[in-house]
Design a protein around this ligand. Sequence first.
Ligand SMILES: NC(=O)c1ccc[n+]([C@@H]2O[C@H](COP(=O)([O-])OP(=O)(O)OC[C@H]3O[C@@H](n4cnc5c(N)ncnc54)[C@H](OP(=O)(O)O)[C@@H]3O)[C@@H](O)[C@H]2O)c1
Length: 329
Amino acid sequence: MRLLVLGGTRFVGRAVVEEALSRGHDVTALHRGVTGRLPDDVRPLDADRTDPGALRAALGDGEWDAVVDTWAGAPRVAALAAGLLRGRVGAAAYVSSRSVYRWPVAPGADERAPVVDADPRAGATHYAADKRGGELAWQEALPSALLLRPGLVVGPYEDLGRLPWWLDRIARGGEVLAPGRPQRWLQLVDARDLAAFALDRAANGGLYDVGSLPGHASTEELLEACVDATGAESELVWVDEEDLLAAGVEPWTQLPCWVPSTGELAGLMEGDTSAAHAAGLVCRPVEETVSDTWAWLQREGRPAPRADRPPVGLPRDLEQRVLGAALAH
Ligand SMILES: NC(=O)c1ccc[n+]([C@@H]2O[C@H](COP(=O)([O-])OP(=O)(O)OC[C@H]3O[C@@H](n4cnc5c(N)ncnc54)[C@H](OP(=O)(O)O)[C@@H]3O)[C@@H](O)[C@H]2O)c1
């Protein structure tokens, strides 16, 4: 298959490139050459895709069997590429996000949940509208485009630092604040499984929420996998979510991967992803994701923090205060 990846050097796009190469596909990737390197076997196209002339010139008269796009900025930039590629690609997959829904989304909701308003010709406004606008842009150009809406994406090369933060914190050892109920199910997907699903399903199109099923990985299994992978002398100290919230701990950003089981974001860990699984999504064991992510961090170090996203992680003094109160009970 001749595959065009728009992007492809950071995290999800990079996983798509690697998965495609492992399948023997002929891979072209378009980026500016700013944030990463492409494997030698990939044909690079250099362009700033926000510049219509540069994008048109880089794409030339190329034709591909499929294109995968991970764009998260202004919808009109996705629309520009989608419009230029109309009639020149057999299939398209756009990596969107469950952020496109109107939150709060009820636990158990599926792809029919209401989405935010968006305009495929708009400039960048906010993440949800940008991703929804990207979906509309691809659908306008290719009505059969595959739209994938992951919630929490983890795995090697994660550049938001969520799982890397947990690994680094647990590697430091000692008592580690662990959030909420140990048995609470997490909903996540390894970028490599998301990439495989995108390539498997691109020709079929459709719309899928993408994430693991209940029973795949509990909070405890994720954090214990971090203890095992790092070999750290760490003890998880479980603190009720009410106590965390009362202490001012910010879910999701300060304690990555954790959202309270009630409130605005509760549905983030409890979406109905059965359609994706029926269509062939396979989520690898969380232990494999964790150990491969740790191996990557050991091998290549931490990527530079992304300027376009808030930093993640719990300040040490806040963790000490919450742990002190929890252990005093
Ligand atoms: N992480 C999560 O938990 C999560 C959850 C849900 C959805 N998602 C979605 O998953 C996607 C992940 O994307 P990713 O960053 O991992 O994709 P990626 O394709 O690996 O990286 C982004 C690519 O875009 C290129 N790029 C950036 N600006 C460009 C420009 N102006 N012109 C041309 N190329 C440009 C970058 O290369 P250069 O800088 O070299 O140009 C890079 O190759 C995001 O869209 C996000 O919305 C993530």
